[in-house]
Design a protein. Structure first.
Length: 198
C-alpha cells in the first residue's frame, strides 16, 4: 500500500472508528467457485465469525449476489441460502447488463442456493422471516446500504457488510445501523473491509 492510501485509511479509521475484528482461525471452505471478485479472501473468516458468535446454520439471505462468489461460500455453512439481486449491476460494479440466466446456470450445481431476481426494496416489503445470517453487498451508497442493512440486521442474528474500507458511505451506514438496532459492530479491515453487526 502506498503512503497516500495508508494516510487515507488512517483518516477513515480516525473519522469513523469501529472495533477491529480479529479472527482466531482462518479456514478455507470446501466449496469455492473461482472468479474475479472483490470479495476474495473473506471466505477464510466466515466460519470463525459463525463460531465466535454461535450463529445458527439453517438460513442465510444475501443482498448482492452478482456472479455468486459469496453465495457459494455461504452455501458451505447454511442449509438454505437465498440470493437477492437485480442481476443488472449498478453504478459501482464493473459488469453492467443482465446476467441472471448466466449466474443461475453457473450456480445450478449448488442445490441449497436459491437465486431471486428482485430489487431489495421490493423484497424487504414482503419478507417477514427471521434468518440466522445475512449479507449486504449491493450498490455502495449510504441510503441503500442503510435501508437494506437495517432490515437485514432486524431479521437476522448476524449481518455482514462488504466494502467498509473501500466505501466510507458503507462504513457510515454500518455504524448507524448498529446504533439504531443496539447491536455490536466490528470491522475486519482486509479484503476491502467487512462490517459485522451482531
Ligand atoms: C458488488 S456486487 C456483489 C458481489 C458479490 N457479493 C460477490 O461475491 O462477488 C453488487 C451487486 O448488487 C446488485 N444490486 C445493486 N443494487 C441493487 C438493488 N437495489 N437490489 C438488489 N440488488 C442490487 C448488483 O446488481 C450487483 O450484482
Amino acid at each position: 500500500m502506498g503512503i497516500r492510501s495508508k494516510f487515507k485509511k488512517y483518516l477513515l479509521h480516525k473519522r469513523l472508528p469501529i472495533e477491529t475484528y480479529e479472527p482466531i482461525k482462518k479456514s478455507k471452505p470446501e466449496k469455492i467457485k473461482e472468479m474475479v471478485t472483490a470479495w476474495a479472501g473473506l471466505e477464510l473468516i466466515i466460519e470463525d465469525i459463525l463460531e465466535r458468535f454461535d450463529i445458527g446454520r439453517d438460513s442465510c439471505i444475501e443482498f448482492g449476489v452478482e456472479f455468486g462468489y459469496s453465495a457459494v461460500v455461504f452455501s458451505n455453512f447454511f442449509k438454505e441460502v437465498k440470493g437477492i439481486d437485480i442481476f443488472i449491476g449498478d453504478e459501482h460494479t464493473d459488469h453492467k447488463g443482465d446476467h441472471y440466466e448466466k449466474t443461475k446456470a453457473s450456480l445450478a450445481e449448488y442445490e441449497n442456493i436459491e437465486l431471486i431476481r428482485s430489487d431489495y426494496r421490493d423484497w424487504i416489503k414482503k419478507d417477514t422471516k427471521q434468518y440466522n445470517f445475512s449479507h449486504v453487498d449491493i450498490v455502495h451508497n449510504y441510503k441503500e446500504t442503510y435501508e437494506c442493512g437495517l432490515w437485514a440486521a432486524q431479521h437476522s442474528e448476524c449481518t455482514i457488510f462488504h466494502d467498509t474500507e473501500s466505501f466510507p458511505e458503507v462504513r457510515r451506514a454500518v455504524i448507524d445501523i448498529a446504533k439504531a438496532t443496539g447491536k455490536h459492530v466490528y470491522n475486519y479491515p482486509h479484503c476491502n473491509g467487512l462490517g459485522i453487526i451482531v
